[in-house]
Design a protein around this ligand. Structure first.
Ligand SMILES: [Fe+2]
Length: 239
């Protein structure tokens, strides 16, 4: 599959611009510094003025970290998704929500996939960590229980993770980075941020159909790749 860029309408480009501009403004002081830096680094290929061309994004991304965007029609089975991550390919849809859907979607569109996920893939450490999560998923592909655990790890970090250092809270999960409402709510005192506990998190089911009732606060950037490498090591030992 590929992106058919000529098929985007003037309205699509206008919706992209609204989404992009209001979310960049919304994320100031809320998103983690690494995300905002890498969003800036992607600017040659990712801007407010038009729907991004995947060829342009891939050129920048490939030279930065060797990652590429892999076009999918929508959600794909977790085992396939993780196999692509292990190959440094990130799945993205090519369709964009309409003006009437600015704030609610049942399935991720390209604004979520690209704006939410791709900037952090410009960082070498993050990019390597994502590949390792993919490898964990591949290793668990034939064990439904283990695959559920890896999905939860991905969900509570890559999709809905926040960094919580003392009183300072910063978003790094793509599901929040791409959501206007959730990015606002997460910084409110009412948001429930559980202490980091990877064992608990991997045993905690999640519901994709609702706004997340709570999040896990990562204490620092070093912890996540370390934990993932440890899980990878324990997988190797137990084989
Ligand atoms: Fe996502």
């Amino acid at each position: 599959m590929q992106q058919h860029y000529d098929q985007y309408t003037t309205e699509d480009h206008a919706v992209w611009q609204i989404l992009f501009e209001r979310q960049v403004k919304n994320l100031q002081g809320k998103a983690c510094d690494l995300y905002l830096d890498k969003l800036e680094a992607l600017a040659p290929a990712l801007q407010a003025k038009a729907v991004p061309r995947f060829d342009d994004l891939n050129a920048v991304l490939l030279s930065a970290t060797g990652w590429q965007i892999h076009v999918v029609p929508g959600l794909i089975p977790p085992a396939d998704f993780f196999a692509l991550l292990a190959d440094r390919r990130f799945c993205s849809s090519t369709w964009l929500r309409t003006r009437a859907q600015l704030d609610y979607l049942e399935e991720p569109d390209m604004f979520h996939d690209i704006f939410g996920h791709v900037p952090l893939l410009m960082d070498t450490g993050y990019a390597d960590m994502m590949q390792q999560i993919g490898e964990l998923g591949v290793a668990a592909a034939h064990d439904p229980e283990k695959l559920d655990e890896i999905e939860r790890l991905y969900w509570f970090t890559i999709e809905f993770g926040v960094l919580q250092r003392g009183d300072e809270r910063q978003i790094y999960g793509a599901g929040i980075l791409s959501s206007f409402g959730e990015a606002k709510e997460i910084v409110e005192p009412e948001a429930i941020i559980k202490p980091w506990d990877v064992k608990e998190l991997m045993q905690t089911p999640f519901d994709k159909s609702m706004i997340q009732p709570y999040y896990y606060g990562l204490p620092d950037w070093e912890t996540l790749p370390k934990v993932i490498a440890e899980i990878w090591h324990s997988t190797q030992v137990s084989v």
